[in-house]
Design a binder for this molecule. Structure first.
Ligand code: SF4
Length: 235
C-alpha cells in the first residue's frame, strides 16, 4: 500500500474489500470468544459492573491499569461507597489509599470526586445517558463513554482501548495511533449485528492471542485476514 493510500485510509471509510474482511473477522471472533456475560471474568464476578454507578467508576479507575489491580481497588471501595453521594463525601486521603492499586491514583482521586459532584449538581445524581453529556464529566473520555453507552444505555457502541486499537491496527482495518479515530472508523463500519459484542471479542483477542509484545500468531484464527501476519510471515 502506498503512503498516500495509508494516509487516506485513516480518514475515510473502509474499502469494500476491508468491509468484507471485517465481517469475516467478526464471524471468526464470535465463534471463538464468549461474551462477558458468559464468562467468569473477574470484572463481572467481583461486581465491578453491578450497577451503572459501579461500571462508570470502575471504568474510570481502570485506565492504564490491569484488571487484577482494578479489582484490588474496587472491591474495598464498593464496601464503602455505593452511589455518587457516598463518593462525593468520602475523604480524599481515604479514597486515595483505597484506590492506590490503580495507576495515577492521585489524579483519579480528584477526577472521580469531581465527577461525582458534577453528576449530583448537574444531573440530580443520575448518570447522563448521552455520549456528549458523559464526555463532559471529569475523567470520562471517549472509551469510557462508549463503554457506558454499550453496556448500560443500550446504544451499541465499540469502545477502543489499547488492546482493541492494537488488534485493529495489526489486522490492517485501521492505520492510526488515535483510539478516537479508530473508534470513529470501527463504529461506522461495523455491521449492526456485530456491534453489541465487538468490543468484548476484540479485547479478549488482544489480551489472549494478539498480545502486545509478541502476538501468538500460531494460535490465531485470523491469520488469513491479517495484514501483520502477511507482512511478517509469522510462523
Ligand atoms: S495473525 Fe498475529 S498479528 Fe494477526 S491478529 Fe492474529 S495474533 Fe494478531
Amino acid at each position: 500500500m502506498t503512503a498516500a493510500a495509508e494516509t487516506e485510509k485513516d480518514d475515510r471509510s473502509l474499502s469494500d474489500e476491508d468491509k468484507h474482511r471485517l465481517v469475516l473477522i467478526y464471524g471468526i471472533l464470535s465463534r471463538t470468544y464468549p461474551t462477558f456475560e458468559e464468562t467468569d471474568d473477574p470484572w463481572i464476578t467481583n461486581g465491578l459492573s453491578a450497577t451503572p454507578f459501579h461500571t462508570l467508576v470502575s471504568t474510570c479507575l481502570s485506565t492504564m491499569t490491569v484488571t487484577a489491580r482494578v479489582v484490588k481497588a474496587c472491591v474495598p471501595l464498593y464496601e464503602k461507597v455505593s452511589n455518587f453521594e457516598d463518593l462525593a463525601s468520602i475523604g480524599d486521603d481515604e479514597l486515595r489509599e483505597i484506590i492506590r492499586p490503580v495507576a495515577h491514583y492521585n489524579r483519579k482521586t480528584d477526577l472521580v470526586k469531581r465527577m461525582a459532584r458534577q453528576i449530583i449538581d448537574e444531573h440530580g445524581g443520575e448518570i447522563p445517558q448521552t455520549r456528549d453529556e458523559l464526555m463532559e464529566l471529569p475523567g470520562v473520555g471517549r472509551k469510557v463513554a462508549d463503554i457506558m453507552m454499550n453496556f448500560e444505555f443500550s446504544e451499541d457502541s465499540i469502545a477502543v482501548d489499547t488492546h482493541v486499537l492494537r488488534v485493529l491496527n495489526r489486522l490492517g482495518i485501521v492505520n492510526t495511533t488515535s483510539s478516537d479515530k479508530a473508534a470513529d472508523i470501527i463504529n461506522t463500519e461495523t455491521p449492526p449485528r456485530f456491534k453489541r459484542h465487538a468490543h468484548e471479542w476484540l479485547i479478549q483477542h488482544g489480551m489472549k492471542i494478539c498480545v502486545s509484545r509478541r502476538p501468538k500468531c500460531d494460535d490465531c484464527r485470523l491469520t488469513q485476514h491479517c495484514d501483520y501476519y502477511a507482512e511478517h510471515a509469522c510462523t
